[in-house]
Structures are given as structure tokens and as C-alpha cells.
Design a protein around this ligand. Structure first.
Ligand code: DX5
Ligand code: ZN
Length: 232
């Protein structure tokens, strides 16, 4: 099989919320491929983060891909607002609504790429009949709601199954939660090509200490390529 390019998607959930514009510029300068924005509603998940207005404010700071992960229920009423806010990818949870196929059609009709995120207990087959409507599958390797949780290794089997379901389709296979240089090799070996990482990218850094972000992203890339980390 051809080598897949690995994309790194820092989750700004672990960034400094008082300085998000500069944090985004810093991780992009450090080599991020996507900027992952975690939207939480305090209902579908037990945490509250940001809404469409903040996404719209962040848009002008993103020069790569604005990857918006919607952990909200219901999802459909807010899709136009997040599309208007400038998201490039809108990822929804099938567990958050009754009509996934319709939701995915709505996202594409809004001109956006459509993603489906699978909670740890949701089987890979949840995407089996919507594969032609999606651009990204996100395997959650933690229960959504918080950054900094431990990777759930049972999800490796799901990543392999999703990779097989995707086949030759041009669909990204993203993994979200607990991705670090320690877990990335297994995640990539199982078939992922987009690694979301919050704490592993932002730890030890700050917009004024962006060299830390470069080192953290390089460590993830090296692990994904099964290379030893670069000397400090
Ligand atoms: C969890 C979010 C993740 C999270 C990842 O609900 O969807 O994107 O921020 O954070 P880490 O990489 O710290 O597990
Ligand atoms: Zn996420």
C-alpha cells in the first residue's frame, strides 16, 4: 500500500484561551496541518467550550484547515452557523442525532467537508452506509469532553476496521484523544492519517515559546514515522 501522508491536527482545547489567535499562528508556524476546534455543549458532553461566534473570530487566524469537531446535540440547527463561521470540515457524532445521513447531506450542501466521529463504544459499522457522503472519519480514543485523558487501546482495533471500510475512498482517518509520541506509532500502524493532539502539542509551550510547539509536533511526526525522536 502507498505510504500515507500523516497530518497533525493540534486541538486548541489545550491552548491558552485568552490568546487563541496567537496560539493558532504559533502551531501553524510549528508545522500543524489542521487546526482542530473542539465545540462542546455541556449536554452531549460534560464540558462547555466555544460556539460559532468564537469560531468566526478565529477564522482569520487559520491559514491551514479549520477542522471543527461538533460535540453538540442536536447538531443540525447549528450547522449553518458553523459553516458561516468559516469551518472547512464539520465533524458530527452519529450518537448526537437520529438522522446521520441527512446531517451529512446538509454539511455538504453548505459547501463543507463532512466528518463522522465515533465514540469509544460506537461500532465502526456506524459509517458503513454513509461512506460516500463523508470526507473524514474520526475515531475517538477517549470519551469526548476533556483534553489530557489516557488513550483507550481498544480503539486500535476500530481504527483497523475503519481503515478497511474506507478502502480506496479519499477519506481521512483521524484519531482523537490521548495521541502522544508513545501512542502515535500504534495509531498510525492501525491506519490513521490525521492525528489530533491537544496536550501533546501544547504542553510546555506558549505563543511566545513557539519552539516548544515545533519540538512537540516534530516528536509526533517522528513517532508516526517510527523514527527515534530528534536529539534535544
Ligand atoms: C476530546 C477532544 C479532543 C481533545 C484531545 O473531547 O475531542 O480533541 O482535545 O486532547 P488530548 O490530545 O489532550 O487527548
Ligand atoms: Zn476533538
Amino acid at each position: 500500500m502507498a505510504e500515507r501522508a500523516i497530518h497533525i491536527a493540534p486541538s486548541i482545547l489545550s491552548a491558552d484561551f485568552a490568546d487563541l489567535g496567537r496560539e493558532i499562528a504559533a502551531v501553524e508556524a510549528a508545522g500543524a496541518d489542521f487546526v482542530h476546534v473542539d465545540v462542546m455543549d455541556g449536554h452531549f458532553v460534560p464540558n462547555l467550550t466555544i460556539g460559532p461566534q468564537v469560531c468566526a473570530a478565529l477564522r482569520s487566524h487559520v491559514t491551514t484547515v479549520m477542522d471543527v469537531h461538533l460535540m453538540i446535540a442536536p447538531t443540525d440547527p447549528l450547522l449553518p452557523a458553523f459553516a458561516q463561521a468559516g469551518a472547512d470540515i464539520l465533524t458530527v457524532h452519529p450518537e448526537a442525532g437520529p438522522h446521520l445521513d441527512r446531517t451529512l447531506q446538509t454539511i455538504r450542501a453548505l459547501g463543507k467537508k463532512a466528518g463522522v466521529a465515533l465514540n469509544p463504544a460506537t461500532p465502526p459499522e456506524a459509517i458503513a452506509y454513509v461512506l460516500d457522503r463523508i470526507d473524514l472519519v474520526c475515531v475517538m480514543s477517549v470519551n469526548p469532553g476533556f483534553g489530557g485523558q489516557g488513550f483507550i487501546s481498544a480503539q486500535l482495533d476500530k481504527i483497523r476496521k475503519v481503515r478497511a471500510l474506507i478502502g480506496a475512498r479519499p477519506i481521512w482517518l483521524q484519531v482523537d484523544g490521548g495521541v502522544t509520541p508513545a501512542t502515535a506509532p500504534d495509531v498510525v500502524a492501525a491506519g490513521a492519517d490525521v492525528l489530533v493532539a491537544g496536550s501533546a502539542v501544547f504542553k510546555g509551550g506558549g505563543a511566545s515559546r513557539a519552539e516548544v510547539y515545533s519540538a512537540n509536533i516534530a516528536a509526533l511526526r517522528a513517532a508516526a514515522a517510527h523514527l527515534p525522536p530528534a536529539a534535544p
